[in-house]
Design a protein around this ligand. Structure first.
Ligand code: SF4
Length: 434
């Protein structure tokens, strides 16, 4: 939790779209926040990059956080650990760099399957100013070519939990090979479950787009090439730094809504189709059957969710596209859509699809927001774990935002599962009240 000055401001959003909610004022808040740190991202990153290892350079608190987060993932083979910074390191009595080198060497001797090692910074490593980028360079030189060592920060100082993925992918971008000049390709950016990635690849191939890569790739040596002829499209709205690094290397972003729900997935494919000159008829033919399946799956939850009032606390940075899905495809009423950061360019298409007059808030002053939430008497609140228990104790039904990154939710085939995530707590509450 970060304590800061209280200053809530109503600031008009930029841009002048014809429809949607980018014109109403956005409540911008800077106060105490309730968020998880970026270490959490290791939970889904380590499953995606199958020969990577994440070594957190942190405290016992960091190790406990990872253990409790990992405890709910019974099917994962852990490929992460914490190198504990102890009192001697903090007091400057030990050379933390020497100790880190020793830990890394021991780890790599025991685990020859590791091809990519991330040194993940934490609050304690930042407090003692341990330079992990230098450590990563030094170790990478020693281990080259067998292992590449990179670093990023998962520290909880001024971050949200999804920024861990952004920081990790941003660290990867400078290491991507240069694509041959003039070789056009499409890069899909952001972690997707493997099954979802396969679905996306099939749909893009059906549109005639074969030269497609995914960042991150499933294996260290399969990371995609990048160059001035690369177009990239995001599947997660929290990849600000990654996008910046890609553009520094010449890649160009395809602007699209995020692929959540039938409408979002169609809009995402439509944006690719336009960029690649695929005809509307071809797009319609390819998407008709999966769209129908998605609409059917979503409609099963409409009775439970239509007309219900939902309040979003800022947490995952997925709030805007999820709110768009819940309002447009399930008929939910949006009371307030809070998000930690509102990236207006990346979210432009989703913002334009939100119902007119949607109240957005950016940042957090948790006490004020809790007051607004209680006063609005919502049917469902989307929030982090820290707020969920106290709100449940007050009789308010909640949905943990973190489930949105632990569950495959992108694409046509997952639209029903996404709707179900929001219906489940309401159904559970109704059963308890019977
Ligand atoms: S990185 Fe910081 S916020 Fe995260 S678990 Fe470690 S000490 Fe806590």
């Amino acid at each position: 939790m970060i304590r800061g000055q209280l200053d809530s401001l109503a600031i008009p959003a930029h841009g002048t779209p014809k429809t949607g909610c980018t014109t109403p004022p956005v409540l911008r808040e800077r106060g105490q926040r309730e968020v998880f740190c970026g270490l959490t991202g290791i939970m889904w990153l380590h499953r995606k990059i199958q020969d990577a290892f994440f070594l957190i350079v942190g405290s016992r608190t960091c190790a406990h956080l990872m253990q409790s987060a990992a405890g709910v993932m019974i099917f994962a083979e852990p490929r992460f650990a914490t190198a504990i910074i102890d009192d001697r390191d903090l007091a400057g009595l030990a050379d933390a760099n020497e100790e880190l080198d020793r830990v890394v060497m021991r780890l790599l001797e025991r685990r020859p399957d590791i091809k990519l090692l991330f040194l993940v910074g934490s609050c304690p490593s930042e407090v003692i100013k341990l330079d992990l980028s230098r450590a990563a360079r030094r170790l990478s030189e020693q281990m080259h070519p067998a292992v590449r060592v990179l670093n990023y920060s998962g520290s909880g100082i001024e971050t949200t939990f999804t920024q861990g993925e952004d920081a990790c992918l941003a660290a990867l971008v400078p290491t991507l090979p240069e694509a041959p000049a003039g070789e056009a390709s499409l890069m899909v950016v952001g972690v997707l479950a493997d099954a979802v990635e396969d679905q996306f690849r099939r749909l893009l191939a059906a549109m005639g787009i074969e030269k497609v890569s995914f960042l991150p790739a499933r294996r260290a040596h399969e990371m995609p090439a990048l160059g001035a002829s690369t177009r990239y499209i995001l599947v997660q709205p929290f990849l600000t730094d990654t996008a910046m690094k890609l553009e520094q290397r010449g890649a160009k972003r395809i602007e699209a809504p995020f692929p959540l729900g039938a409408q979002g997935m169609f809009g995402w494919l439509e944006a690719v189709a336009k960029a690649y000159g695929v005809s509307p008829l071809t797009l319609e033919n390819i998407t008709r059957a999966p769209m129908e399946r998605a609409n059917r799956a979503v409609s099963r939850y409409r009775d439970t969710l239509a007309g219900r009032r939902i309040f979003f606390f800022p947490d995952s940075q997925l709030e805007v596209p999820i709110a768009r899905f819940l309002a447009n495809e399930l008929g939910m009423n949006l009371i307030e859509v809070g998000t930690p950061y509102l990236h207006r360019q990346h979210l432009a298409a989703d913002l334009a699809m939100l119902p007119q007059g949607t109240q957005l808030s950016e940042g957090q002053d948790v006490d004020r927001q809790l007051d607004r939430c209680r006063k609005s008497d919502p049917d469902l609140v989307v929030c982090g774990l820290g707020l969920a228990n106290p709100l449940e104790a007050e009789g308010i039904t909640t949905k943990w935002a973190i489930e949105l990154v632990f569950t495959p939710i992108q694409g046509f085939e997952q639209a029903g599962d996404l709707a179900e995530l929001f219906a489940r707590p309401l159904v559970r509450r109704a059963r308890l009240e019977m």
